[in-house]
Design a binder for this molecule. Structure first.
Ligand code: DGY
Length: 328
């Protein structure tokens, strides 16, 4: 095992993590923390790969083929902080002998809560109402003021029925009496689907045509890039809403803006964006759009659990055991 001056593996932690996680990382490893929390540039990432035995990166680190081609490469593991790892070129990582791990399970509930928050906010005009009160424009209750769309009893269409999709389905059925339909190219076992009371549909298009609310829970892969494009947005009901807290590039953001402008759909709740942290300027001006800054897993509890899970993967790896969450 390679090690730093302390005799412990050198681990570069690319962003600030909750304090209990940083403290434990510092106890277990020769941890190089990012005190000012700046996003690392490609050059800094390459330096980290040269200097450390392992990296603990996040979604803001673009570990491209070019960055991973660094010489000499010292790092042997990328213990990602997060379940999604589309920012890591896993083919190049594998070719360079790097193990890649992620942090599933621990963020499922909070990310599902975030999807329901977006759905409720956009349907019931929560963001718009909040802006209204803060602006001082509110003149008082009246029967016709700021009417929204009922959620209870409506049809929710899920694209992806993995861990998070299932947690959303459960909340929507149990909490809001929603009918849940879904499409997933690799669906969970039939018993799981039937226990959830979710109804499968043969394709994405079938879900879009039927749903009052569409919520995206697919991983970001080359196949899901712009899965929701102009053609598919046009299949949605005119009064339907789109929710995305998976990954920004699953939606063609320009096509979404056009659909919202034309009234093709009623609104959108977005936690993720195609060019994060940049947001298409038109979206910032639309009242029927809820915009959140990638908050899916952002609770104290979950962000600590994610860090401890990444740490557990690093510990196993450096102890010579298979890390629990190996993805590549
Ligand atoms: C996740 O876990 O994938 C979050 O989006 C942060 O990366």
């Amino acid at each position: 095992m390679s090690a730093g001056r302390s005799g412990r593996p050198v681990v570069v932690v690319t962003r600030r993590l909750p304090r209990p996680v940083e403290e434990q990382l510092a106890r277990e490893f020769d941890a190089r923390l990012n005190a000012d929390d700046h996003p690392l540039s490609a050059v800094e990432l390459a330096d980290a790969l040269r200097a450390a035995d392992g990296l603990l990166p996040t979604v803001t680190d673009r570990l491209t083929a070019q960055v991973l081609a660094v010489e000499p490469l010292r790092a042997r593991i990328l213990a990602n902080y997060g379940v999604g790892f589309n920012h890591i070129d896993t083919v190049s990582a594998k070719a360079r002998g790097l193990v890649v791990t992620n942090t599933p399970d621990v963020l499922t509930d909070d990310t599902a809560d975030d999807a329901l928050m977006l759905l409720l906010m956009v349907a019931r005009r929560g963001g718009e109402g909040e802006r209204h009160v803060r602006s001082g424009a509110w003149t008082g209750w009246r029967p016709t003021h700021m009417l929204g769309t009922r959620v209870t009893g409506k049809t929710l269409g899920l694209i992806g029925l993995g861990r998070i999709g299932r947690a959303v389905a459960h909340r929507a059925r149990a909490g809001f009496g929603m009918r849940v339909i879904f499409h997933d190219p690799s669906p969970p076992p039939a018993a799981v689907v039937s226990e959830l009371g979710a109804e499968p549909r043969a394709g994405v298009d079938d879900v879009l045509r039927e749903a009052d609310f569409v919520s995206l829970h697919s991983p970001a892969t080359p196949e899901t890039r712009h899965l929701i494009d102009a053609r598919r947005l046009a299949l949605m009901k005119r009064g339907a809403f789109l929710v995305n807290n998976a990954r920004g590039d699953i939606v063609d953001e320009a096509a979404l803006v056009a659909a919202l402008k034309q009234g093709t759909i009623a609104g959108a709740g977005l936690d993720v964006f195609e060019r994060e942290p940049a947001v298409t300027p038109d979206l910032l001006t639309m009242e029927n759009v809820v915009l959140l800054p990638h908050l899916g897993s952002a609770t104290h509890e979950t962000r600590i659990a994610m860090g401890l899970r990444a740490l557990e993967n690093l510990k196993a790896f450096f102890a010579g055991a298979p890390p629990r969450d190996r993805m590549a």
